[in-house]
Design a binder for this molecule. Structure first.
Ligand SMILES: CC(C)(COP(=O)(O)OP(=O)(O)OC[C@H]1O[C@@H](n2cnc3c(N)ncnc32)[C@H](O)[C@@H]1OP(=O)(O)O)[C@@H](O)C(=O)NCCC(=O)NCCS
Length: 215
């Protein structure tokens, strides 16, 4: 990655459609046939939990090649407290630039900014192979459980990074995904019609099957 031509900045209203298109291109057929993430960001920007100061795009030579965003949520602590935390994503890099270090650079920049504002921790669902390189660990190691997951289920998808060291010391509890992330397939379909036609493919390695299957 040649850092000289790369710039991070806050997303502007004028960027919205270009960013949605980037997200669509990047997520398309990765986790399911087609994708929903371009609609998810469209909805999340108007959500009260959305953190405008952490809504980033990454540019190279003036072209938007990456984006990342955060939402406020809570861990319901077992002692009755509500612990404010952040969740993150979608994050993406333009398809032709994946696996060249751009994603890690964007992630590290975003986390640094979130820490500077004073947020205590970030939790979300992701691949430890990528996020582990930026200091994430399994949330179970911090005593935090994923909502609605049976105790004996594999929770290795659920990751955490403390932005304030020791933020979860003495705390156990359940993380709640903000409601805004849950979108209806029919709304995604309708929104997707505003974009250029793309073929949905069922590919090996996808987590979800499509055809209205719940995720
Ligand atoms: C995930 C994503 C943001 C990572 O950005 P990236 O620029 O491709 O990643 P980087 O090159 O910075 O990766 C840094 C390291 O993380 C690891 N890594 C990155 N993506 C990985 C993946 N999909 N699987 C396993 N390891 C991965 C690798 O070790 C990589 O180093 P390497 O290339 O030397 O092996 C990008 O691939 C993307 O946009 N994917 C599609 C959308 C998506 O899945 N978003 C995340 C949803 S949780």
């Amino acid at each position: 990655m040649t850092k000289n031509n790369v710039k991070f900045r806050l997303e502007k209203k004028e960027d919205y459609r270009a960013v949605e298109n980037l997200v669509r291109e990047s997520f398309w057929n990765v986790y399911r046939p087609g994708c929903s993430e371009h609609y998810v960001i469209h909805v999340l920007r108007d959500d009260p939990a959305f953190v405008k100061e952490l809504d980033f795009v990454m540019e190279e030579d003036g072209r938007i090649i990456g984006q990342n965003m955060f939402m406020k949520t809570f861990v319901d602590a077992d002692d009755g407290r509500k612990i404010p935390v952040l969740t993150m994503g979608p994050i993406c890099i333009a398809p032709e630039l994946k696996r060249r270090g751009y994603g890690k650079a964007l992630l590290d920049y975003s986390l640094e900014k979130a820490a500077a504002i004073g947020f205590g921790a970030v939790l979300f669902e992701g691949n430890i192979e990528f996020y582990g390189k930026s200091g994430f660990d399994f949330a179970s190691r911090f005593g935090i459980r994923y909502h609605d997951l049976p105790e004996d289920a594999d929770s290795s998808f659920f990751l955490c990074k403390e932005l304030i060291a020791g933020y979860f010391d003495g705390i156990t509890g359940v993380y709640r995904t903000p409601a805004g992330y849950y979108v209806k397939d029919c709304d995604v379909e309708e929104f997707d019609r505003e974009f250029p036609q793309k073929e949905k493919l069922r590919l090996p390695g996808q987590l979800f099957g499509g055809d209205g299957e719940e995720d």
